[in-house]
Design a protein around this ligand. Structure first.
Ligand SMILES: NC(=O)c1ccc[n+]([C@@H]2O[C@H](COP(=O)([O-])OP(=O)(O)OC[C@H]3O[C@@H](n4cnc5c(N)ncnc54)[C@H](OP(=O)(O)O)[C@@H]3O)[C@@H](O)[C@H]2O)c1
Length: 325
């Protein structure tokens, strides 16, 4: 037997239970990983609450962790027990001491990347890779607006955009978060709870506005995002921290300047083993070169996953949050 988080209905953090669960035997193409560090992500909250419903109950939660392979299925050639690996996709259940998943989701870990850094950065960093390098290839001189710039994804985006020579304007809710994002390379920060974001963006850009707006806050920031992007510019709506964007009249894109909008997901970009390996390799290279310093700013015991999710939901975290099994 082993231990992990399970939940039997959607709801608040109280539905998460730390329980004893049977140890799984890997199927033919699967591996069993002993997690050393588990990454917490906002998407885990969508799963718990039911915005992204789970397939059946009781369910595990989480898709990101780093650890050591304990056992492999009979058809697995590329990995062996004892290998250091990380993963950011696959079946729910990463919030556990042991997690069984198809080998295709594993990323081998270079010696230079610790379990903590991998679990704190793989999902969020592969996301930033596709946002800044694939959805739109950010170049030197681009001006981008990135909401929630002091969060897990945001702190990686500040550094990556800076390394690409782009100008990142970030939004945050507190002075402390503003200071953190600035220290990581954000060119300017707007407190979207106290300042007029559109007026500040106009002032910061001489009324030129932004080439791209990256919006993971969703419902609360969508109207602002529409007014911060330049004619024929792009809005990348990639999350729902304040609730999903719904009921959009496409005519608004015409009125605001022939805008482009996309609603991408990591699964849509890291959709094959070779693509996810290439994206992870680019992330690890950025970390190894020192262009990205992964901010691990909260650690909780795995048994306290509910408390950790409350901190994330209540905007009390910065950078990444780890669960330690
Ligand atoms: N589509 C994809 O492929 C993909 C992949 C990974 C993550 N995401 C999305 O990216 C976002 C960031 O993920 P993360 O795990 O790194 O989380 P995070 O940014 O560390 O936390 C969310 C942040 O959103 C801000 N926020 C604004 N309004 C909020 C509200 N009403 N409730 C809670 N937070 C609010 C808060 O920052 P302030 O206090 O500064 O406002 C909060 O710290 C999430 O929306 C997530 O779903 C999408």
């Amino acid at each position: 037997m082993t231990h992990g988080i399970r939940f039997s209905r959607h709801g608040g953090s109280e539905v998460l239970e730390y329980v004893e669960v049977p140890t799984q035997t890997p199927g033919a193409n699967e591996v069993l990983v002993r997690n050393q560090a588990i990454g917490m992500n906002f998407i885990d909250i969508y799963g718990r609450e039911g915005l992204y419903p789970v397939s059946s109950f009781p369910s595990g939660l989480g898709t990101e962790a780093a650890g050591i392979i304990e056992a492999v299925g009979e058809d697995v050639q590329a990995f062996s027990p004892g290998d250091r690996v990380a993963y950011a996709q696959g079946p729910l259940g990463a919030y556990s001491q042991l997690h069984c998943l198809p080998a295709e989701f594993l990323i081998p870990l270079p010696e230079s990347i610790s379990f903590d850094v991998a679990a704190a950065s793989l999902l969020k960093g592969m996301t930033v890779q596709y946002l800044l390098r694939q959805v739109h290839e950010v170049k030197a001189g681009d001006t981008i607006l990135f909401h929630a710039a002091a969060g897990g994804v945001g702190t990686l985006a500040c550094q990556w955009a800076n390394a690409l020579g782009a100008r990142l304007i970030g939004t945050v809710s507190t002075d402390e978060k503003a200071e953190l994002a600035r220290s990581l390379g954000a060119d300017a920060i707007i407190n979207y709870t106290t300042e007029d974001v559109v007026e500040r963006v106009k002032a910061l850009t001489d009324n030129e506005l932004c080439d791209v707006v990256y919006d993971s806050v969703g419902k609360d920031t969508w109207p602002v995002s529409l007014d911060c992007v330049k004619r024929r510019g792009l809005i990348v709506s990639f999350g729902n921290a304040s609730g999903p964007v719904e009921g959009v009249n496409l005519g608004i894109l015409n009125q605001k300047g022939s805008l482009f909008v996309t609603r991408p997901s990591l699964g849509g970009y890291a959709d094959t083993p070779s693509r996810r390996k290439a994206m992870a390799a680019e992330l690890f290279d950025m970390i190894e070169r020192g262009a990205i310093d992964v901010q691990i700013n909260q650690r909780f015991a795995l048994s306290e996953a509910g408390k950790a999710q409350d901190a994330l939901m209540q905007r009390r975290t910065t950078g990444a949050t780890l669960l330690i099994p």
